[in-house]
Design a binder for this molecule. Structure first.
Ligand code: GLY
Length: 265
């Protein structure tokens, strides 16, 4: 909001927003402190997109604090959309991005517990940030450490344009969280934006994307949640399970609410 008030760009705002949980060790599904894969390595995925169809993404990045900023550099400094793994890390090194040991003691302990009991609760939350600046430009960012205890090499929806995030300057923006395999199968964020293009409200568009997930995976009741904002600033959200928190920051103040949800068809 400080950036917004100072006339900052939507792109700067969403990047800065995503960097907050990326730095927060208490958030165990994004950035530093994220839960590792089965081999004990934390790998990060992120993407960013502006109102002009410019986008950048990184996936399977290890040892860097801010994948969202690396994704932005991919967008701005290359003619690629996505860099993966060792290539993304070499790119980050060349651009002098800050390195960071991502595995915290708490995350290490959680992995040990999981290895003993093979039970892990809700473990694949993600940060999706949508921003509209004073000039009316819209942008989005998405960042995650992915599914906890995943197979090494696994990449979910979050860095995939159209799955974890989609922005169209003529329509609006959407981001997703939840089970990446389900969201990427239906290209959920793209669905939300296309539904808004057809005149659906952000709330209704998110509910339609959740329905697509339910139809594709009726028996696998994992979280799949979407948040959306139109280019006019109308926002909405919908989830498959309870507990999807949406935070709204605007000139009226900051509020948090639980999105509506649809558990089954
Ligand atoms: N939605 C985050 C993931 O499944 O990787």
């Amino acid at each position: 909001m400080t950036m917004y008030e100072q006339g900052g760009s939507a792109l700067d705002m969403v990047e800065a927003g995503a960097k907050v949980p990326e730095s927060d060790a208490r958030d165990m599904s994004v950035g530093y402190g994220g839960l590792p894969d089965q081999s004990g390595k934390v790998s990060l995925d992120a993407c960013i997109m502006d109102d002009q169809m410019n986008c950048g993404a990184v996936c399977y990045v290890q040892g860097y604090a801010h994948p969202i900023s690396i994704a932005r550099a991919v967008m701005e400094d290359t003619d690629h959309v996505m860099l993966a793994g060792a290539g993304a890390e070499a790119f980050a090194k060349k651009h002098a991005f800050a390195r960071k040991r991502l595995l915290t003691k708490d995350a290490k302990r959680a992995l040990k517990d999981w290895k003993k009991h093979q039970v892990s609760g809700n473990n694949h939350d993600t940060i999706g940030v949508l921003g509209l600046d004073k000039s009316g430009k819209i942008a989005g960012a998405c960042s995650t450490s992915g599914r906890a205890y995943k197979l090494p090499g696994r990449v979910g929806d979050s860095p995939i344009i159209g799955a974890g995030l989609y922005v169209d300057g003529e329509v609006g923006a959407a981001a997703a969280t939840g089970m990446g395999e389900h969201i990427q199968t239906v290209l959920g964020s793209f669905v939300v934006v296309e539904m808004m293009r057809q005149g659906k409200s952000p709330d209704r568009a998110c509910a339609i994307a959740v329905d697509r997930v339910i139809r594709a995976f009726p028996h696998l009741k994992e979280q799949a949640a979407f948040v959306a904002m139109s280019r006019e600033g109308e926002y909405g959200a919908h989830a498959r399970l309870p507990g999807f928190k949406v935070c709204i920051a605007s000139e009226e103040g900051i509020s948090i609410y639980d999105a509506n949800y649809t558990e089954g068809l």
